[in-house]
Design a binder for this molecule. Sequence first.
Ligand code: IPM
Ligand code: MG
Length: 359
Amino acid sequence: MKALIAVLPGDGIGPEVVAEGVRVLEAVAVRHGHQFTLQSADFGGVAIDAVADPLPQATLDLCLRSDAILLGAIGGPKWGGSDPLRRPEAGLLRLRRELGVYANLRPVAVHPALRSASPLRPELLVGVDLVFVRELTGGIYFGAKTRDAFSASDLCSYSVAEVERVTRVAARLARARRGKLTSIDKSNVLETSRLWRETVTRLMAAEFADVTLEHALVDSAAMHLIRKPSDYDVIVTENMFGDILTDEASMLAGSLGVSPSASLGDGTRGLFEPIHGSAPDIAGRGIANPIGTILSVALLLRHSLGLETEAQEIEAAVYRAIDKGLRTADIASADVNGGRAASTREAGEVILAELTAGA
Ligand code: IPM
Ligand code: MG
């Protein structure tokens, strides 16, 4: 198949991990006879440096023409200035909004070999296989902001339609998995959460009566996620709760470095990125974990290009590599390879070798 894929390496470790993701994409193309046209563009801090805009028009146009977008990470201390619109993060929010990718899928599956890399006791991690569906283009992230010398405010608002569309994505996913959906809100305090809960309840009864629905308050869910994470299948929640809970949940998998994400809208075009940030403290040292990006490439093939076999091949290659002892610094442990950590490039090589060797 033919596809145009926009590649936005971004800042910090972004370019390092994206380089490995691109190698994997190219290997898949050769192996299966696909023609992927990869086109890179400036986005984030690098774009601020180049043209004083984190999301230049040319980059946005490229993304809108593409079948899928692979993103590294953006941001860093260099661009922490006082003008909020000139921050890299503002570019990311605008890109999500312009692409209409309202559903952010963040799967957390704990590979048995990585249980010991998690700060949680390994027995708590048995059977953990959950997916967050975070609402991504609404809520407090996008509400009106005010600021004067003495006070500030951020408006949080949701419409019924916004809640319904993201709930449908989550419920379809739950139906294809273990048939359980947990909706997380703060309906004992927030009006948006009361609307959220009522809307989810009504929609699920009308369209997904076969999927088990449960509601949870965000504070207690944050606790339960650590106490018994294997209870969850699919979790749907609003933008900011999802931001916070998915960083928490990533520690179940051992490291922020191994978690991928897919941001999807109504069509097939999606934005795919590891959930970690630009990690300025380790940027340029070639030690970042490329697995989050490589697993994001698998999600890209699955969700935007409909290439399920290719996606599974990548996932299998990553897990075989981990089983055989691949460990980057973030997941290194004394019991494997005497604690010796692979570089970003070495990790990419090992995964590519597994991919081309096949099962
Ligand atoms: C994420 C990040 C972003 C967010 C930041 C960089 C704007 O934390 O993707 O989770 O808050 O959505
Ligand atoms: Mg976040």
